[in-house]
Write a protein that binds this ligand. Structure first.
Ligand code: ADP
Ligand code: MG
Length: 211
């Protein structure tokens, strides 16, 4: 991924999360306080605004987006989601382009942050249930063709997110709703899927030179 593709990524993330804000709020209303879409759309807007006019290299754009996202959102989920951008940016520091290895290391960093700061484990019905299987899959396929690899990563994340429907929450606000929110998908896990889907789309976008 080069600088133009990274800029496209933050632009597309912003567009997607603005358009899907209400849907994510609805998912969060079933298991939490109904603000997940609003929080992420605020963060993505800040990430886009911080990167669109920036002259930085690819990895630095991720770090700039992470900082802006975190400043705009605050709270636990702000830190946990910005950790994905921060991790990818840190692992590619100084490089002109990002590789799947950088993404792998970055997502691994984010998983570590979620375990430490969020105190979550796999199976607690959180964003980790989408991100952890995605990282495992990326480790397995990162040597293969980039486009296919990311497609498989997205599928692993969606499978993990869908599995949260059957889980009773042990972390986050869902703990306090009936049956720990069993029967409802975890909104953070679904957002992780969207974040990776858009990464996949931008990674190989043939129109990126127009951005
Ligand atoms: P908040 O819970 O503060 O209202 P959001 O609604 O933006 O934040 O995000 C909720 C999502 O954040 C959850 O669906 C879950 O995936 C994730 N999350 C919340 N708390 C934790 C935690 N302690 N560890 C891991 N993920 C968490
Ligand atoms: Mg919430």
């Amino acid at each position: 991924m080069d600088k133009q593709a990274a800029k496209l990524y933050f632009q597309q993330l912003n567009e997607f999360f603005q358009s899907n804000k209400d849907e994510l709020n609805r998912l969060d209303a079933a298991v939490g306080d109904g603000d997940h879409g609003s929080t992420l759309s605020r963060g993505m807007k800040a990430g886009y605004e911080a990167t669109k006019g920036s002259d930085s290299q690819c990895a630095e754009l991720f770090v700039e987006a992470a900082k802006a996202f975190q400043d705009a959102t605050g709270g636990a989920s702000g830190i946990l989601f910005s950790g994905i951008f921060q991790g990818i940016g840190n692992s590619g520091k100084g490089c002109e382009t990002l590789t799947l290895n950088h993404v792998y290391e970055g997502l691994q960093f984010a998983v570590g942050q979620i375990k430490i700061i969020g105190e979550a484990s796999v199976g607690d019905k959180t964003m980790l249930d989408a991100l952890a299987p995605a990282v495992e899959e990326l480790n397995r396929v990162k040597a293969s063709k980039e486009d296919t690899a990311l497609e498989q990563v997205v599928q692993a994340a969606q499978k993990g997110a869908s599995a949260t429907i059957g889980m009773a929450a042990r972390m986050g606000r869902s703990r306090y709703v009936a049956d720990g929110g069993k029967g409802h998908i975890d909104p953070g896990a679904q957002s992780v899927v969207y974040l990776l889907t858009i990464l996949h789309q931008c990674w190989s976008n043939p129109f990126r030179s127009e951005i």
